[in-house]
Ligand binder design. Structure first.
Ligand code: CO
Length: 227
C-alpha cells in the first residue's frame, strides 16, 4: 500500500512545476532573499494556514505559530522570531491572528489536566483571570468561549507591545503597527478586532521602558595611565 505521506512529495513536485510554468523566474527571484512586510503570529491549528487564508504568496509573510497564538515573554523561540522580524527584516505590521474554536483556549477554560501542555495553557488561564467579570457574565458557553478567544488575542497584542524589541523600534521611529485579528473556521472570514498598537502610548504606563542609558567611558586612572 502506498504511504499517505508520499502524496505530499508528489503534490510538491506538481506545485513547483506549475509555479515555474506560470512564472519562469519565480524561484530565482525568491532565492535572492526575503523582504516580508508582515509578521504573522498564529495558532498551530491545521485549519488556519496563514498564507492560504490571506491570499499571500511565498515571501510575503514571516510566520510564527504556536498553540493558541501566544506571546510569552520568556519564550526564546517567539523572541528570536520577533527580534529578527522587527530588527532585521523591519516588518511594518505584526498580526496576531487567533481563531474561534481554538482547542488551546477551550482547554484553558476547563480544569482537566493534559500533561506538559498545562504549563503552556496556564498563560491563557491568566487571561481568563484578568477578564473573569466580563467572561463569567456571558451565560452561553459558546459565546463565552468566542469572547475568551478574542480577549486572548487582544492580550497578546499588549504582550507584544510590552517587549523591549517592539518598544525600541517605536523609539527609533520605525513604523510598526500591531493588529489583533480573529479567524472563523466556520466561514473562513477574518475579523479585525480593532486593537491597534502603534506606539508606547497604547501601553499602560507601567510597561513603558526608557532607553538604555549608555555609560560614559571612564577616564583611565592615573596609575593605569602611567603604565
Ligand atoms: Co488554536
Amino acid at each position: 500500500m502506498k504511504q499517505s505521506y508520499l502524496r505530499l512529495l508528489e503534490n510538491n513536485k506538481a506545485w513547483a512545476t506549475l509555479k515555474k510554468y506560470n512564472d519562469p523566474d519565480f524561484f530565482e527571484q525568491l532565492a535572492k532573499g526575503q523582504t516580508p512586510e508582515y509578521l504573522w503570529i498564529g495558532c498551530s491549528d491545521s485549519r488556519v494556514p496563514a498564507n492560504e487564508i490571506t491570499g499571500t504568496k511565498p515571501g510575503e509573510l514571516f510566520v510564527h505559530r504556536n498553540i493558541a497564538n501566544m506571546v510569552v515573554h520568556s519564550d526564546m523561540n517567539m523572541l528570536s522570531v520577533l527580534s529578527y522580524a522587527v530588527e532585521v527584516l523591519k516588518v511594518k505590521h505584526i498580526i496576531v491572528c487567533g481563531h474561534y474554536g481554538c482547542g488551546g483556549v477551550v482547554a484553558a477554560m476547563g480544569n482537566k489536566q493534559y500533561g506538559l501542555i498545562d504549563n503552556w495553557l496556564r498563560h491563557i488561564k491568566d487571561v481568563y483571570r484578568f477578564h473573569f467579570p466580563e467572561l463569567d457574565a456571558i451565560k452561553d458557553e459558546d459565546q463565552r468561549t468566542r469572547r475568551f478567544v478574542e480577549l486572548n488575542i487582544i492580550e497578546q497584542v499588549h504582550d507584544l507591545g510590552k517587549t523591549s524589541i517592539v518598544q525600541n523600534a517605536w523609539k527609533n521611529n520605525q513604523p510598526l503597527h500591531i493588529h489583533g485579528w480573529v479567524y472563523d473556521v466556520k466561514d473562513g472570514i477574518i475579523k479585525d478586532l480593532d486593537v491597534n498598537f502603534t506606539s508606547t502610548k497604547d501601553l499602560h504606563e507601567v510597561y513603558r521602558l526608557d532607553s538604555i542609558q549608555q555609560e560614559q567611558p571612564k577616564k583611565p586612572s592615573k596609575v593605569l595611565a602611567e603604565i
